[in-house]
Design a protein around this ligand. Structure first.
Ligand code: TXE
Length: 502
């Protein structure tokens, strides 16, 4: 990091070095709580992406030739170094995106687990010996894909990046990252962590820039073997179409409209705590946000009354203050989207039970704050119940039967996650099996683990993060078939013997 005019500056990270972009352009990173400048980073474009892909290509042969154990050792060291640098990363992460410290502490403290888990996967991975018949030794090898591209968003800059980098690195790939233009600093700092851990230069490269320039250059690059993107569904479709032109694999974690289904056997306090946790964490800016609260009609009014009462007590404020419970939205643009949807909800006839505006207070006027907002009298056909708002807005919808709850939860184009709240075990599993989504929590929400597959059905995405499947999706299979026989096999011999192929 260097500084000009008191503004810290971070270069791109290519081949283990920090450097300016070819154009010399810079991106300004602003703090959503008051619009002040957090710092500047080099703004990359096509040529910089080409440079980064070249660095990753040059590093590939040596990195992929390392044993899983060696890769695992480096990743274990990276986990330790990352842990020691968390306080610094935490402060910058909060300044970039405005998420409250109490949330970011909880989230970032878990990041090292991804490197220890996937490092251990690299170390312990076993290939298979599929049956092939007598006289043959037949085995498979999982080999890396090559150079892969990671396009990441601003809502969980380090967590989402880590979910992609750890399996890719463990499997022996090299990578180029295009982080969000709103939150590029911590992804750059991760490069320093890897370098200190002994990761060879060129394995991890970062080119900050905009989606339409650097993002497009990366995802359309013919030498990229896989694009792993988290972002909006429209972005995912556009990127998949372009990647398809090069037969580049794609993994995409896209939008969602998760439901929180509350059955009447759950105490009201518990349901309300569940709904608040699901809906308002990250100021609602998460792909698995509990955007729809489906409540059994018999407890609907009680749940709504308590939800409104408790939501009114949420402390909105400076994200760096450990007591703050709700920070600003990430940008003016994001707040504009939320405000537009709240107006749409009102026009559609939904009832604003709480929120629906900017909070007052001189400190809050400076930032992109928005009150936690509760809509009631919502029907599932309304746009506010169907489209991803990505803000602190929850739509409450009553239901009468289990079948109706499932139909409501499944009744969107998305299929990322749902939480089911009940003490009835058979019902919980029955509902889980009927849900069309990649993640189902029972009596919980938002929980994640590096070992547990994460990703969506339908328009919520393709491919999986986390777990052995994420490692496998960063490899391709090579099948090696060895004929153990020394006998001459002469298909064209005119010996009158009927030939057998197997
Ligand atoms: O995301 P974008 P934005 C949703 C959420 C939000 C909406 C827009 O609903 O309101 O998307 O947010 C890069 N080629 N999610 O505009 O544009 C971009 O630079 C290549 C859900 O911030 O999808 C960034 O690095 N790259 C979500 C990344 O894609 C492109 C997280 C995501 O940006 C590109 C974020 C292109 N043509 C937003 N266009 C989730 N699933 O959690 C953009 N990018």
């Amino acid at each position: 990091m260097t500084a000009t005019h008191d503004v810290p500056f971070w270069g791109m990270f290519i081949a283990g070095k920090s450097c300016a972009s070819r154009s010399g352009k810079r991106l300004i990173v602003k703090n959503p709580k008051n619009g002040t400048i957090v710092g500047e980073v080099a703004e990359g474009d096509r040529q910089d992406i080409d440079d980064a892909v070249e660095a990753a290509t040059n590093a590939l042969a040596a990195w992929s030739a390392r044993s899983g154990a060696e890769r695992g050792d480096i990743m274990a060291r990276a986990a330790d170094i990352l842990r020691s640098r968390l306080p610094e990363l935490l402060t910058i992460e909060i300044d970039q995106i405005g998420r409250p410290r109490r949330e970011m502490v909880a989230q970032l403290a878990r990041l090292p687990e991804w490197f220890t888990y996937f490092g251990a996967v690299a170390r312990t991975h076993e290939d298979t010996v599929p049956p092939f018949g007598n006289g043959f030794l037949n085995y498979t090898r999982r080999v890396p894909l090559g150079v892969v591209g990671h396009v990441t968003p601003w809502n969980h800059p380090l967590l989402i990046l880590t979910k992609k980098v750890a399996p890719a690195m463990a499997a022996g790939n090299t990578m180029v990252v295009k982080p969000s233009e709103l939150a590029p600093i911590t992804p750059l700092l991760l490069g320093e962590v890897f370098k200190e851990a002994g990761l060879p230069d060129g394995v991890y490269n970062v080119v900050p820039g905009f989606g339409a320039t650097a993002g497009l250059a990366l995802t359309s690059h013919p030498d990229i073997r896989k694009v792993d993107l988290t972002g909006g569904t429209e972005t995912g479709k556009a990127v998949a179409a372009i990647a398809g032109g090069n037969l580049t694999r794609i993994a995409a974690e896209l939008g969602g409209k998760a439901s929180v289904i509350v059955f009447p056997d759950v105490e009201v306090d518990k349901s309300v705590a569940a709904a608040m946790f699901a809906s308002f964490i990250a100021t609602g800016q998460t792909c698995v946000q509990g955007a729809r609260l489906l409540v059994h009609r018999s407890v609907h009014d009680q749940v709504v009354a308590e939800l409104v009462r408790r939501t009114a007590n949420i402390r909105i404020g400076d994200p760096q203050d450990p007591k703050t419970q709700l920070g600003p939205l990430v940008s003016e643009k994001q707040r504009g989207i939320v405000e537009r949807y709240v107006n749409i909800g009102l026009q559609e006839g939904a009832t604003l039970a709480f929120g629906g505006g900017r909070p007052e207070g001189s400190d809050l006027d400076q930032g992109y704050y928005y009150k936690p907002t509760i809509f009631t009298n919502v029907t599932n056909e309304m746009r506010i119940a169907q489209e991803e708002i990505f803000g602190p807005v929850v739509c409450v919808i009553p239901f009468d039967t289990e079948e109706e709850a499932v139909a409501l939860a499944n009744g969107t184009q998305f299929g990322l996650a749902t939480s089911v709240w009940t003490r009835d075990l058979a019902r919980a599993h029955r509902v889980a099996h009927a849900l069309q989504c990649g993640i189902v929590w029972i009596n919980d929400h938002h929980r994640i683990d590096p070992a547990s597959p994460w990703g969506g059905f339908k328009m919520s995405g393709i491919g999986r993060e986390n777990g052995l499947i994420a490692y496998e999706e960063y490899t391709q299979i090579q099948n090696v078939i060895l004929n153990l026989s020394e006998e001459l096999f002469d298909w064209y011999a005119e010996d009158g013997v009927e030939k057998r192929y197997s």
